[in-house]
Ligand binder design. Sequence first.
Ligand SMILES: Nc1ncnc2c1ncn2[C@@H]1O[C@H](COP(=O)(O)OP(=O)(O)OP(=O)(O)O)[C@@H](O)[C@H]1O
Length: 307
Amino acid sequence: MLAITSLTKHYGKLTALDGVSLDIGPGEFFGLLGPNGAGKSTLMSLIAGLKPADAGTITLAGQPAGFGPAAARTRRDLGLVPQTIALYDDLTAEENLRVFGELFALDRATLQERIDEGLAAVGLADRRKHRVKTFSGGMQRRLNLVAALLHRPKLLLCDEPTVGVDPQSRNAIFEFLEKRAAEGLTIIYSTHYMEEATRLCSRIAIIDHGKILADGSLNDLLGHLPSSEQLGLPLSAAATAALPALAAHGTVTTTDDGHQIALHPGTPLSTVFALTEKYGVPSSACTLSRPGLEDVFLHLTGKAFRE
Ligand SMILES: Nc1ncnc2c1ncn2[C@@H]1O[C@H](COP(=O)(O)OP(=O)(O)OP(=O)(O)O)[C@@H](O)[C@H]1O
């Protein structure tokens, strides 16, 4: 549906996007996960046509997309929830939505129907007559989401929509987006929160320094790691005695915090725990953890993820 090829963007000497290529299919809930300054907003702005690319192409359903007059038609098929809230403070929630709807030349009846439906869907129906300046950041975000979908775009771009948002609004945003995704809307969702990408996205691309480092389902990404589970042991004499036997089942690293054994994929936990028991390591002293996206990022970049 959305095809991006070798997209590059410089700001002066800084390369914000460096040859990004992506193919996003219809109905995908696509996560763009990267630390601050990775290039997420730049990529979103180029797709939305707010800025020109220096090189590369963007097409939506085979038609030119992005910046410039050739992409004017496909821009109608996009909705953007920008990182910075874009609403009129002195207008009420409903008045704001009317302004956005009129930009897309929606007829009065259709617009009213969509306003009512949208406000109800994000839990703002009872605040429709209140000015936006009286809203919390989270409420403003929710309203921005409704505004971006009034013209029923095929693709929704959400640029870090939960930054500075209270937990209640965060959940309302998640549930709203999950419903739209279940209805078939294609969503690109940028975030620097790994748990958001894990919860929401059917596919995740990890971006850093303007490059896509990995792209796939959560399981595909975890597949980059050499181990699926990690056993933690204390620095006790019993645990140290068990290490040679455990080393046959995984890679051992020892730090001041204890021994870590990254188990070889497919190692039965019963085998591992039989060994710790044999050497007298109490099970309460053992920990077992599954790796997450943080470990994938560390594995790919050699650096901890900076949120
Ligand atoms: N208008 C601009 N002029 C100069 N440099 C810019 C501009 N916009 C972004 N940058 C730089 O480009 C790089 C990518 O920025 P971008 O905003 O795309 O990243 P991001 O992943 O969205 O980060 P954040 O989560 O902080 O918004 C950063 O180094 C940023 O400082």
